[in-house]
Design a protein around this ligand. Structure first.
Ligand SMILES: [Zn+2]
Ligand SMILES: [Zn+2]
Ligand SMILES: [Zn+2]
Length: 184
């Protein structure tokens, strides 16, 4: 399970410039409402529809620079999967609107093979009822079951991630660097 030390939306070589291109009130993914809204990203994309941005003088894919700022390095041979995309709900392939989603909370790094499996096979998702959408175990300490909604199972790691990202958004949109948070 990945634990975020200090997620930052202030991206090296980019700063918060990229946040001016996102709409934080996009549609909420039908198959996973707990993810919250997509952040449709304006501006230039590559030929497949993924947003690009100049970072430190080079043009690169947006998620390749934002993901490491938030989560740390993408392991070699892994790639960033958009959780808001689900092949059962979105059949748009190359015009898939989720490729423009700049919400880091909708991204997960997975080994390339697993990503292909997920996009090609809807049953791969159904087979994982004991895991949350990010692959955290929905068991033991990580499982939250509320007394008033016993059928609703929530992932503690994902809840922590949502809170950390909400804080990172506040810091980035206030123009800070995140360092002031150490004192809180
Ligand atoms: Zn999204
Ligand atoms: Zn899609
Ligand atoms: Zn989770």
């Amino acid at each position: 399970m990945s634990v975020l030390a200090s997620p930052s939306l202030v991206v090296p070589g980019v700063g918060t410039r990229w946040l001016k291109r996102v709409d934080m009130a996009g549609p909420v993914p039908e198959h996973a409402p707990s993810l919250g809204p997509c952040w449709p990203t304006d501006g230039p994309t590559n030929s497949k529809g993924y947003p690009i941005i100049s970072a430190g003088g080079k043009t690169t894919l947006l998620h390749l620079v934002v993901y490491p700022a938030v989560y740390g390095p993408i392991p070699p041979g892994w790639e960033v999967d958009h959780l808001c995309h689900h092949p059962d709900y979105c059949k748009k392939k190359d015009s898939c609107p989720h490729r423009r989603c700049g919400n880091p909370g909708h991204w997960r790094a997975v080994p390339r093979m697993e990503n292909n499996l997920r996009s090609g096979s809807p049953t791969a998702v159904n087979a994982r009822k004991d895991e949350c959408i990010r692959g955290h175990p929905l068991t033991g300490d990580n499982l939250i079951v509320r007394a008033d909604r016993p059928d609703h199972r929530e992932c503690k790691a994902c809840r922590r991630l949502r809170r950390q990202l909400a804080l990172a958004i506040e810091v980035a949109t206030a123009g800070g660097t995140g360092e002031q948070l150490v004192l809180l």
